[in-house]
Design a protein around this ligand. Structure first.
Ligand code: XLS
Ligand code: NI
Ligand code: NI
Length: 441
């Protein structure tokens, strides 16, 4: 059975195309800096937003028209797999990602849930044989069911901790079975609502133990995926323990996990934390902790995780700049953890949305590569920090000085002259690169 009958495989037609069902900028074969766009960008489709999501919000029912929703239970889960692989092929996605409950309904018991999963995982495995689409990552949903009301690995209830562990154990087995490149931990309810009833120390210690046991089990079964933690500051908890990359990194170091996990950075989570997307990517990159990306964007006027498809080109340029400076994403990718708006309810909108996201990151990639080739930002930094290349600056950087010598240097200064930070000029240059990269194409 097919579900997107009026839609053919999406092709690259270039910036002048008027065809809404064509890529204008994403040309998978085109080389940028020696690698193809497909190799660098490693796009992933998020199963939950594209095949499971009904587009309901806290004030209104679902609006999504999804032809597979005429089925129920396991029949619907099977129909979703068919629809998903048709979509992957037509949008030309190299990767996808899912939570356990996105692909198979939960049963009345854990054993039943696992049985449902086994059936669907076997079906996905069959489809993957004839598909070029691979599993970027899988994860388990340890936040939606009422049993996770107080958290999962940080729950106040030891039985829930055990249940969460059992679900991750199964998730690791599923990841191995499907050859996942990564395994993601997003701590949906791993935080607290109020300190008035929370033993923060015990909860954080338990989370540390949870990750160690997950790593031990992955090793035991020979599952060699990259483990990723996905920071988010809040929502649904008022405070999440992996607030942002900086606090997540401190957590990983404190519990001796910095060699076990890297970061999956989501744009909308960065902005919820009061950071820019590029800040989070940069922080992870300079600590060699950048693993993968949830490519979406938030709404500047709404204070929650709106998970919009990324279309802001200034942001995709700066994000791709960080990713290129990182030497790429390794085993990670750009997973569209993004959903169409509630008013964009047709199956065709799923294509428009992915085309918009893929084109936006393709633009970001090409502009960022030009910025790097021309050393635009590198020259800015070299000039701005030139004082650390010689004299007292070099002594500071090389550890050849102390407070006595620094005082002596300061006492000898007759004037201190600072240079302009040239911010407006830099921003104008980035705009110029954005506008000229595709001029005349
Ligand atoms: C929610 C998260 C979630 C993770 C996977 O805000 O972004 O979708 O990516 O559990
Ligand atoms: Ni995410
Ligand atoms: Ni999110």
């Amino acid at each position: 059975m097919t579900y997107f009958n009026n839609i053919n495989r999406i092709q690259y037609e270039g910036p002048k195309s008027n065809n809404p069902l064509a890529f204008k900028f994403y040309n998978p074969e085109e080389k940028v800096g020696g690698k193809t766009m497909e190799e660098i960008l490693r796009f992933g489709v998020a199963y939950w937003h594209t095949f499971t999501e009904d587009l309901s919000d806290p004030f209104g029912a679902g609006t999504a028209i999804r032809p597979w929703d005429k089925y129920q239970g396991m029949d619907r889960a099977k129909a979703r797999v068919e629809a998903a692989f048709e979509f992957f092929e037509k949008i030309n996605a190299p990767f996808f990602a899912f939570h356990d409950v996105d692909i198979a309904p939960e049963g009345d018991t854990l054993a039943e849930s696992n049985k449902n999963l086994d059936t669907i995982v076997a079906m996905i495995k069959e489809y993957m044989k004839d598909s070029k689409t691979k599993l970027l990552w899988n994860t388990v949903n340890n936040f939606s069911h009422p049993r996770f009301v107080h958290g999962a690995g940080s729950s106040s209830n030891a039985d829930v901790f055990a249940y969460a562990a059992a679900k991750v154990k199964k998730g690791l087995e599923v990841g191995k079975e499907l050859g996942a490149e990564n395994y993601v931990f997003w701590g949906g309810r791993e935080g607290y609502e109020t300190l008035l009833n929370t033993d923060m120390k015990l909860e954080m210690d338990n989370l540390g133990r949870f990750f160690h046991m997950a790593n031990d089990y992955a090793k035991e079964i020979g599952f060699d995926a990259q483990f990723l933690i996905e920071p988010k500051p809040k929502e649904p908890t008022s405070h999440q323990y992996d607030f942002d990359v900086a606090s997540g990194y401190a957590f990983l170091q404190h519990y001796g996990l910095e060699d076990v996990l890297k970061f999956n950075i989501e744009a909308n989570h960065a902005t919820l934390a009061g950071h820019t997307f590029e800040h989070e990517l940069h922080y992870a990159r300079i600590h060699n902790m950048l693993g993968s990306v949830d490519a979406n964007q938030g709404h500047p006027l709404l204070g929650w995780d709106t998970d919009e498809f990324p279309t802001d080109l200034h942001t995709t340029v700066l994000a791709m700049y960080e990713i290129l400076k990182n030497g790429g994403l390794g085993r990670g990718g750009l997973n569209f953890d993004a959903k169409v708006r509630r008013g964009s309810f047709t199956p065709e909108d799923l294509f428009h949305a992915h085309i918009a996201g893929m084109d936006s990151f393709a633009v970001g990639l090409k502009v960022a590569q030009r910025l790097i080739d021309d050393r635009v930002l590198e020259d800015v930094l070299e000039d701005r920090y030139a004082s650390f290349k010689e004299g007292i600056g070099l002594d500071i950087v090389e550890g050849n000085t102390d407070f006595h010598k620094l005082e002596e240097h300061a006492l000898g200064l007759t004037e201190i002259s600072n240079k302009s930070g040239k911010l407006e000029r830099i921003k104008a240059t980035i705009n110029q690169y954005l506008l000229t990269t595709f001029a005349g194409k």
